[in-house]
Every structure is written in structure tokens, then in C-alpha cells.
Design a protein around this ligand. Structure first.
Ligand SMILES: Nc1ncnc2c1ncn2[C@@H]1O[C@H](COP(=O)(O)OP(=O)(O)OP(=O)(O)O)[C@@H](O)[C@H]1O
Length: 625
């Protein structure tokens, strides 16, 4: 029989899996039972929605058989099964999730915690098995097939006999080694324990023959053993259980069982609603950002059940985009089983659920912020960008909902603060909420534009995320306090005295400013004496809605239209440099041109903007030397 090779990446993963030093090898059973349950979900759903299929609830179950003599453990299900092609497509290559492909080959060292990071479903069977045999008959086909592999060098597929639709997975359990005991995976009590721990909430019965003893017939003290089939799981979906009965661990196990993530959720939210629409939901806020979260491939959504039957894997309409990181399940007895995706979108009941779910997530996040600051900050580190995106998108429709969840780094507190905290510390005379944008905290810290605001003792919020300034422009104000960039034209701090001084300098040096403006005519919109600079000689600011930071960001986008902010070069008239400019204007116009260009380029450097003509700039410096 022909042996087929696994694809390259699958082979690498299998090698790792077979030699895995993973300590929780027991999770292979969780993975296989979860696949079995998914397969039954599929046929169960078909049966309920297709009149031609005869429906008998007792036909749907998972069965575990441990055979110590032959060292085999069999997991059978009466699910939808797999055709020959499906066996090949689904088991011959790595899980479609793409999570594995995402990791670069060189990151996959031996001992690398793949399971902890991704969970790899079916393949985990190779952690405990020498050989894995899958016998399956797919729904709608007359033939059954046997897929077999020892992990190392490929797999075989051949026709075989199987009466019913469904799948048997037969594991030939490894021999004990010096460090590893595999026998335990054939022990009744151990299997029972694993199933109770990870798969208690599976909706279908997980059956196994359990050894019991009874008095021998006719004897008063002699016992004999016999086997009796038992259902090992409670089958009540976790979301139907009473919150008080459940522990944190139960929720965490459910999160893992469902593959919502391979981290521990920051928060589990359990909802039981008995209103116009009745439903139960369990929602999770993950602690780690999924690897594809900020990509187009990421799909948001909650698992949607109609009275315990899965009708949609990821129902996007239940979650607003700004909470797209939330995972979980929603089960409602009021939803029709046959509801289609299109109808669902307009469904009033669904809208009511979505509203309540959104509100609840918001409330839980607010509580987290209030009561578990550190955890919230970690959460914000991961998903804060999504919240800010939420403020910006939909024309700011959700800003009221989200504004109190925002945090920014504070120049004064040297840590993340909320807008509410900022406002509560504001001196009475302070008119605006000040912010500064830049690549990093260190860089913003050194911006000359901040001098006046800092001198006044006012707090500045640092915007280091690309979305920050866009979001704030949408927010416009918070509790009636307007946001103000430290680079904007009017800071609202300048004194009348300073204004007078500046006006008289402008008047006195009219021609100097005019000439400098001509020199930089295609580069800046204006040149003027600065009201904000204290120690530094120059800086760039902007006029109008578009800031220099926003210009930078917009120009990194695909199909940018080379949008430019209206830049203003501000000169510190109290700095010695200004005297130098004045004397150059009187005595040597060529020098004035040189100085003007130098100052402009310095200002660009401070802003982190590229110098348009670096060679010209270095030549200018040489001229000075
Ligand atoms: N018992 C089964 N019955 C029917 N199909 C199965 C069974 N076990 C696995 N499959 C099929 O094989 C595929 C691959 O399974 P695997 O456990 O590797 O990944 P997955 O379950 O799709 O993804 P993930 O593990 O990330 O949830 C499944 O998607 C399913 O189509």
C-alpha cells in the first residue's frame, strides 16, 4: 500500500509532538473528545433541520474503550464522519487554523510549547501513541476508510469495513519509558478523571465501561467484578449551570476546551437573562492578544446556540467591533434553529442580546479598571488600540461608551492615567487637556514644544499609538474640556505681556521674517516668534486640523496622497540664535539663508521627520565649520 508523506510543516509539527516534553499530555483526550463532539454537532444539526433524516437523540454519543492487553485506547463517535478526501485533507495537513504556519520554522525549537500556545487538536494524539488509526465513514457515503500513521513517515489510507456513520480513533499507546508512564492512559480511574476535568460540559454522553463489583451469587462475602456502561460527563453545558456551582478553574477549562485561546482569560462573564429574550452566555476577555488579532484574517464573533444546538461558530453581530477580542458562547431558547445568516443580521432578538452583551462587557471592564488596576493595564496594553479604534470609527458614535476606558501615559504621573484622573487633577485656571504625539515616551519627553506647558506645571498626555490623535480628534472634548496638542497654534496659556513683546518683535523684524519666509516658501506656511519655547531655539508646529504626527501616519498608509500639515517654524526670540539671525540679516544675506535652512532642518529632526536634502544639510554644516 502506498505511503503518503505529510506536508513539510505538518511533519515538523509531528516530530515535535511525538517527542514532546509537554507535561500535560493528558490533554490529547480533551482534543479528541472535542473533535468528536464537533462532529456530532454537525450531524445533529443536519438531523434537526432536514426532515429526511430520522432523529433519535440516543444515537448521538462518544464512547471510550481502553484495552490494556492490546494497549489501545479507542475514542468513537457517531458524528458526521469523514470521506476519503476529508481524511486526507483534514488529517494529512495541519489544522486549517493557520496558527502553526504563522510561526517561523526557526522559532520551533524542540521543547517549544506548541500546545500551550496554539493547541493542535488531532495531532496531540501522537504525544501518547505509537500509531494512530482513524476509521471513518462519512455522512452520505457507503464506504468507510482507514487512515493510519505512526507520525514519523507519513500515513496510509485504505478502504475498510464500518457499519455506522461516524469515526473511531484508535490509539496504540506508547510503552512506558524511564521518565514517562503511558500506562495511566489505559486506566479507568485516570481516564475518568481526565474526562471529568476537561470534558464534563460536552453536550453528548461520553460513555465508558466501568468495572464494578457485586456479591457473587449465593455467596455472602465473595465479590466478583463486572462491567457496566456509565456516562462520565454531566452533559449540562456550563452556561446552563448556576454561577455558584462553578469555579474559576471550570471557566478556564471551558475556555481551553473551546480553543478560545491558550492563555488564561483575564475575566469570565456569565450571563443568565430572563427578559424579552431568554438566553445564557459565557464571555471571556483574553489576557493575550491572539497572534492574528490586528490582521484582516481575524474574525470576531461568539458561538451561537439555539437551545443547546450550535447554529453558528462565529456570530459577528453579537459583538461590536471595539470588543472584537471577546470570546464566548451564547445560547438562546428563543432563537429559531433554521435562522439564516441574513435573517440573523436583522433579527430583533439578536439585536437585544448584542446590546446587553456590549453593555455588560463595558461594565465589567469599568469594574476591572476600578478594582484591579494592574490587570486592567495589562488588558489595555493588549487591546487598548481596539477601544481607541472604537472611538474613532462609526463617526464617533460610541465615544460616550468608551471614553472612560481610555488610558494614556502621563508626563506627571509617569504611568498610565484615565481622562477622569487627568481632569480631577487639573488646576482651576487650566483650560485644556494637553497632549503630545510622538513615536515613544522618551522622544515626546524631549520635545521643545512641551516647554511652556510643562513650565506651567500642567500634565501632558503622551500619544504614542498611531490611532491616538485620530481618536482624540473624534472625541473632541472630555467633560467639556477640550483637547489641545502642545504643538497647536494657540495653547491658551500665553500671557498678555508675552503677546505684547512678540507683537513688537514682529513689528521690529518684519523684513527679517519676510525674507526667511521667502527662503522656506515651499516648506512652511509661516515663520513666527514662539510663545512656547524656553530653552530651545526652534520647533515646528502646525496650523489647522492636521497635525505633523497625523501627516506622518497618513503618509505611511497605502495610497497616501502625500498629505501635508500646514507647518509653522517657530523661533525662540529670547535665544541667542535670534540675535545671530538679526545680525546676519543686517550684514550677510547669504548667511541668513544658510542659518534659516539649518534651523528648519533641525526642527525637522526634532519632529522625527526626514530631512528632504540630507547632502545639502551636511554641506551647510561644513560651511559653518
Ligand atoms: N472525530 C472526528 N469526526 C469528524 N471529523 C473530524 C474528527 N476529528 C477531526 N476531524 C476533522 O479533522 C479536522 C482537523 O482536526 P484538528 O483537531 O486537527 O483541528 P480543528 O479541530 O479543526 O482545529 P482546532 O484544533 O484548532 O480547533 C477537523 O476540523 C475536522 O474536520
Amino acid at each position: 500500500m502506498e505511503k503518503k508523506e505529510f506536508r513539510a510543516e505538518s511533519k515538523r509539527l509531528l516530530d515535535l509532538m511525538v517527542n514532546s516534553i509537554y507535561t500535560h499530555k493528558e490533554i490529547f483526550l480533551r482534543e479528541l473528545i472535542s473533535n468528536a463532539s464537533d462532529a456530532i454537532d454537525k450531524i445533529y444539526y443536519k438531523a434537526l433541520t432536514d426532515e429526511n433524516i430520522i432523529f433519535n437523540k440516543d444515537d448521538y454519543y462518544i464512547r471510550i474503550v481502553a484495552d490494556k492487553d492490546n494497549r489501545t485506547l479507542t475514542i468513537s463517535d457517531t458524528g458526521i464522519g469523514m470521506s476519503k478526501e476529508e481524511l486526507e485533507d483534514n488529517l494529512g495537513i495541519i489544522a486549517n487554523s493557520g496558527s502553526f504556519a504563522f510561526k517561523k520554522e526557526n522559532e520551533l525549537r524542540d521543547g517549544f510549547d506548541i500546545i500551550g500556545q496554539f493547541g493542535v487538536g488531532f495531532y496531540s494524539a501522537f504525544m501518547v501513541s505509537e500509531t494512530v488509526t482513524v476509521i471513518s465513514k462519512g455522512f452520505g457515503s457507503d464506504e468507510a476508510y482507514k487512515w493510519e500513521s505512526n507520525g514519523a513517515d507519513g500515513y496510509t489510507i485504505e478502504p475498510c469495513k464500518k457499519d455506522n456513520i461516524g469515526t473511531d480513533i484508535i490509539l496504540k499507546i506508547k510503552q512506558n519509558s524511564e521518565d514517562e508512564k503511558y500506562d495511566e492512559f489505559l486506566e479507568e480511574y485516570r481516564l475518568r478523571g481526565i474526562i471529568k476535568k476537561y470534558s464534563d460540559f460536552i453536550r453528548y454522553p461520553i460513555k465508558m465501561d466501568i468495572t464494578k463489583s457485586k456479591l457473587k451469587e449465593g455467596s455472602e462475602d465473595e465479590y466478583e467484578e463486572y462491567l457496566e456502561e456509565e456516562v462520565l460527563n454531566s452533559m449540562v453545558p456550563i452556561w446552563r449551570k448556576n454561577r455558584n456551582e462553578l469555579t474559576k478553574e471550570d471557566y478556564e477549562n471551558f475556555y481551553l476546551e473551546k480553543h478560545f485561546g491558550f492563555d488564561k482569560p483575564v475575566k469570565s462573564i456569565h450571563l443568565s437573562v430572563d427578559g424579552v429574550v431568554r438566553y445564557n452566555a459565557i464571555l471571556f476577555i483574553p489576557s493575550k492578544t491572539p497572534y492574528d488579532f490586528y490582521t484582516k484574517e481575524y474574525e470576531k464573533g461568539l458561538e451561537l446556540y439555539s437551545n443547546g444546538v450550535l447554529i453558528m461558530n462565529k456570530c459577528p453581530d453579537l459583538l461590536p467591533d471595539y470588543f472584537s477580542f471577546v470570546k464566548g458562547v451564547v445560547d438562546s431558547e428563543d432563537l429559531s434553529l433554521n435562522i439564516s445568516r441574513e435573517i440573523l443580521q436583522h433579527d430583533r432578538q439578536l439585536k437585544l442580546m448584542a446590546k446587553k452583551i456590549g453593555d455588560k462587557i463595558k461594565d465589567e471592564l469599568s469594574l476591572l479598571l476600578k478594582n484591579e488596576r494592574e490587570t486592567y493595564e495589562e488588558f489595555y496594553e493588549n487591546f487598548g488600540r481596539q477601544l481607541k479604534y472604537g472611538i474613532y470609527s462609526d463617526f464617533g458614535m460610541n465615544k460616550e461608551t468608551l471614553q472612560d476606558l481610555l488610558m494614556f501615559y502621563s508626563s506627571k504621573e509617569k504611568k498610565m492615567v484615565t481622562l477622569e484622573e487627568y481632569i480631577s487633577r487639573m488646576p482651576e485656571e487650566q483650560k485644556y487637556i494637553y497632549y503630545a504625539s510622538g513615536e515613544s515616551i522618551e522622544r515626546i519627553d524631549r520635545l521643545p514644544q512641551a516647554e511652556l506647558v510643562k513650565d506651567k506645571g500642567y500634565e501632558i498626555l503622551y500619544f504614542t499609538d498611531e490611532i491616538d490623535e485620530f481618536a482624540i480628534k473624534m472625541l473632541m472634548n472630555y467633560k467639556e474640556k477640550e483637547f489641545k496638542s502642545i504643538s497647536s497654534g494657540d495653547l491658551g496659556i500665553e500671557t498678555d505681556e508675552k503677546d505684547e513683546e512678540i507683537n513688537s518683535e514682529i513689528e521690529e523684524n518684519k523684513d527679517l521674517f519676510k525674507l526667511m519666509k521667502e527662503i522656506l516658501s515651499d516648506k512652511v506656511k509661516d515663520i513666527k516668534p514662539s510663545k512656547r519655547l524656553k530653552k530651545h531655539p526652534v520647533c515646528l508646529t502646525s496650523e489647522g486640523e492636521l497635525s505633523i504626527e497625523m501627516e506622518k501616519i497618513l503618509n505611511t498608509m497605502p495610497n497616501n496622497e502625500n498629505i501635508k500639515a500646514d507647518k509653522v517654524l517657530e523661533i525662540n526670540i529670547d535665544h541667542n540664535v535670534f540675535n545671530t539671525l538679526k545680525s546676519a540679516f543686517e550684514n550677510d544675506k547669504e548667511k541668513l539663508e544658510l542659518y534659516t535652512n539649518l534651523l528648519y532642518n533641525q526642527a525637522l529632526l526634532i519632529e522625527g521627520l526626514p530631512i528632504e536634502d540630507p547632502v545639502g544639510f551636511t554641506n551647510d554644516i561644513c560651511k559653518l565649520m
